[in-house]
Design a protein. Structure first.
Lengths: 162, 354
């Protein structure tokens, strides 16, 4: 004989106000001016984008601000085929690590205006920004990256950033 | 057992809310300060362990970001506990007993200001019978305070006196948040937050970080003139259900104190993780630190002066150790607690000679 079990729903909700921190605040404010700001480590000289105020390999504070370009190289990518709730773009689409010109670590973003089968390591891409009036302090102010049409970057130019 | 000592300690200035810096930015200078004081370069540290709580940050794996402050390259031996940094220190002490590494960096951090800390802490309670009532930390502590008052262990006046002493002593602590000269009568005239607790009976809400450097044997002797040797350390836990234990006493603190060897010598300084004024009476009794014993309790001001959740316990160990390192004490007790109403307690004994 099947027993019936009671079910109790107990809602838990906690609200948080997140502090981005000094370095991220600089980066997000830079986005409002369509600038991509990184920070350089005083010891290893690497440029981190987005900046965190610290170099994760050296464990020291990064204070020197460096503006990097909104063009870059695809170092790696994946093709998303399966839809999931809340996804803004219809699959299949390419998500890529883009090494911005001047940066030493890649950022993660969407690739559009390129057939997914043509996406490859070394592809040269540029940011497509939202209209100026829609700029917000978020990486979503860049809608996506699209190919520049340049020849692919040689492997040597990004092999240390994989 | 290997001799292990505290050879460096640093903490941030505790504040109600740090709007400018995130956890990593808050933590980095503290880690560098502790390492500088220890005399051990970062890259020579044998083991790194931290204590923090994702529920404070509102993010899973929030502690991983903190490694940016450490410089985990080449890859390091590292661990983490979702506990106050005092337990990270306990893990570091155990790790150093293995004998293959001679030093450890222990750090903890927390920004209680990001959420409502009183509600966040409610989630540590029994999820079926207690948490749905949302009793916050002050209400839960008030249950224990009421039991103490009814048992005649202390009075509200005694509790206010603890707050007055703590805030006064905190004046000489540059890291403290709540400091100043207050008067028992004025404090007792304030309304209850959750009877019988008033504002002064409760800890402040604090953002901050602390770091301690441990070193074993000869390394400690080489880098530090007067290491604070950990001669005993023990941790005991009781059931978390408030109704199954006697709230007027702390059996786990008593046992941990015995095992750590508190009574084996004179105690000059005791840094106790008493977040509420009434808890000091329970802890003193459990550790045998009676009022006439000449021991200075919480000369730093204690958690009533600054209470960054996840940090305050480690800060107690650091404060006790620093007094030994500075030559202001020969033997100290440090205590850390976690869980509702002093559910689990860690006791350490630090001495100037190993």
């Amino acid at each position: 004989m099947a027993e019936s079990y009671g079910v109790v729903s107990r809602r838990i909700r906690l609200d948080y106000t997140y502090t981005t921190g000094a370095a991220s605040t600089r980066f997000l404010k830079g986005i409002l001016q369509k600038k991509l700001l990184g920070q350089r480590c005083p010891e290893c000289r690497k440029v981190y984008v987005p900046p965190r105020g610290s170099c994760p390999t050296c464990g020291v504070a990064t204070r020197d601000e460096v503006e990097v370009k909104d063009t870059g190289t695809v170092t790696t990518f994946c093709i998303v085929n399966i839809p999931f709730p809340g996804m803004a773009v219809k699959p299949p689409f390419a998500a890529a690590s883009v090494l911005l010109d001047g940066a030493d670590i890649a950022i993660f973003h969407l690739l559009q205006e390129v057939p997914v089968e043509d996406v490859r390591m070394g592809l040269r891409v540029q940011a497509v920004w939202v209209p100026d009036a829609e700029l917000e302090p978020t990486l979503e102010s860049i809608r996506y990256f699209k190919p520049t049409g340049e020849p692919d970057a040689p492997y040597d130019t990004y092999k240390d950033h994989l | 057992m290997r001799d292990v000592a505290v050879v460096g300690f640093a903490q941030s200035r505790f504040v109600r809310q740090d709007l400018e810096l995130n956890e990593v930015e808050m933590l980095m200078p503290v880690i560098h300060d502790a390492l500088d004081r220890s005399g051990i370069p970062q890259k020579e540290i044998g083991f790194t362990v931290s204590g923090s709580c994702d529920y404070l940050a509102g993010q899973p794996f929030a502690f991983v970001m903190a490694l940016d402050a450490v410089g985990a390259w080449p890859p390091i031996r590292e661990s983490h506990v979702e506990m106050d940094g005092a337990w990270a220190l306990y893990e570091a002490w155990v790790r150093l007993q293995c004998g293959d590494v001679d030093s450890a960096l222990v750090y903890s951090f927390g920004k209680s200001s990001l959420g409502d800390i009183r509600d966040v802490m409610t989630l540590q309670l029994d999820p079926y019978y207690v948490a749905p009532l949302w009793p916050d930390t002050v209400a839960v502590a008030a249950l224990q305070a009421r039991a103490l008052l009814d048992a005649g262990v202390c009075t509200e006046r005694d509790m206010a006196a603890v707050a007055v002493r703590s805030r006064r002593d905190a004046k000489s602590n540059p890291s403290a948040q709540v400091t100043g000269d207050f008067y028992v009568e004025a404090l007792l005239a304030e309304p209850y937050i959750a009877s019988p607790l008033r504002t002064h009976d409760c800890p402040p809400i604090s953002d901050g970080a602390a770091a301690v450097v441990l070193a074993a044997g000869d390394l400690a002797r080489r880098v530090c003139k007067r290491p604070a040797w950990i001669t005993g350390i023990d941790h005991r836990i009781e059931p978390h259900g408030l109704g199954v234990r006697d709230l007027t006493a702390s059996a786990s603190t008593r046992l941990a104190g015995q095992r750590a060897g508190v009574a084996q010598g004179k105690v000059d300084v005791a840094e106790l993780h008493a977040q509420f004024t009434h808890e000091e009476f329970i802890l003193r009794e459990a550790l045998g630190l009676h009022l006439d014993a000449g021991v200075r309790v919480n000369p730093s001001g204690g958690p009533l002066a600054a209470n960054a959740v996840m940090v305050a316990g480690l800060a107690r160990i650091g404060e006790a150790a620093q007094r030994i390192i500075d030559g202001n004490a020969d033997r100290a007790v440090a205590h850390a607690t976690s869980g509702p109403c002093l559910q689990q307690n860690l006791v350490g004994v630090l001495e100037a000679r190993s």
